[in-house]
Ligand binder design. Structure first.
Ligand code: MG
Length: 252
């Protein structure tokens, strides 16, 4: 199911894709539960918001072998975690704003896992799986030169607008075998599958939950495959996770 969050008649609403480019409005939300409302609306007629409002975005670095190689880094023995602040999150269609002083800024196409139920110190990966509600496309936008200067990633990964998420929250997918694609101005730059992840979806929920409590709506962004590259003002960047729609954002 593809669940969207959008503005409708002055309020924030959820809807599910209902065929033929329409959204069935929902009463409730994907975390507390929902049911169909009476009305539907054309998908193209609403302003989409990021489908989640996370308390944190936990991102995983170097989780594809080919990307570790292009960065000249060894494959980590354990997942490499860092945080992107919630203030960096923007929705589909919103503009990625690159400060003039930030140097080279790259796209990173990633599958994001959305947590459905509170996960704290879960007992194993299988138990971790049960906390995943769905997947989102994430662009882990990165100021590459600043990343190289700093010991940790807070500055390079934390700018406002550096975490596009969306366009929908997709449930019922096989998180272990989805195509992940990154495109810039229509040209494919990144192409892989989540079966290439070094640490898979279930393992990551277990691993992160041993460190910090994951709350409903939190995102674990699972890392990017090879093919990262710079973004330029005036361009358009897209992240596509199979079954999760197309996350498209202009750059300024
Ligand atoms: Mg990344």
């Amino acid at each position: 199911m593809k669940l969207y969050r959008f503005e409708y008649e002055g309020a924030l609403r959820w809807g599910r894709e209902d065929g033929a480019g329409r959204l069935r409005l929902l009463d409730g939300d994907p975390f507390a539960g929902f049911r169909d409302a009476a009305s539907s609306v054309a998908l193209a007629s609403v302003r989409l918001m990021a489908p989640v409002h996370p308390s944190k975005v936990v991102a995983i670095g170097l989780n594809y072998k080919d990307h570790a190689a292009e960065q000249g880094k060894p494959v980590p023995a354990e997942p490499l975690m860092f945080l992107k602040p919630p203030s960096a999150v923007i929705g589909p269609g919103a503009t990625i704003e690159i400060p003039t002083w930030a140097g080279r800024v790259d796209h990173e196409a990633e599958m994001g896992l959305v947590i459905g139920t509170t996960a704290r110190d879960v007992k194993d990966a299988a138990a971790g799986r049960a906390h995943i509600l769905g997947a989102v496309c994430v662009n882990d936008v990165t100021a590459r030169e600043l990343q190289g200067k700093d010991v940790q990633y807070t500055r390079a990964k934390g700018f406002d607008t550096f975490c596009p998420v969306g366009p929908c929250l997709a449930t019922g997918l096989d998180y272990d075998n989805l195509r992940v694609t990154g495109r810039v101005n229509g040209e494919v730059r990144q192409k892989s599958r989540t079966d290439q992840l070094i640490f898979d979806a279930s393992y990551l929920v277990w691993f992160v939950s041993r460190v910090m409590t994951l709350l409903p709506g939190d995102i674990i962004s699972t890392g990017t495959p090879a093919g990262i590259g710079p973004l330029a003002a005036g361009g358009v960047v897209e992240v596509v996770v199979e079954g999760g729609g197309v996350l498209r954002n202009p750059v300024t």
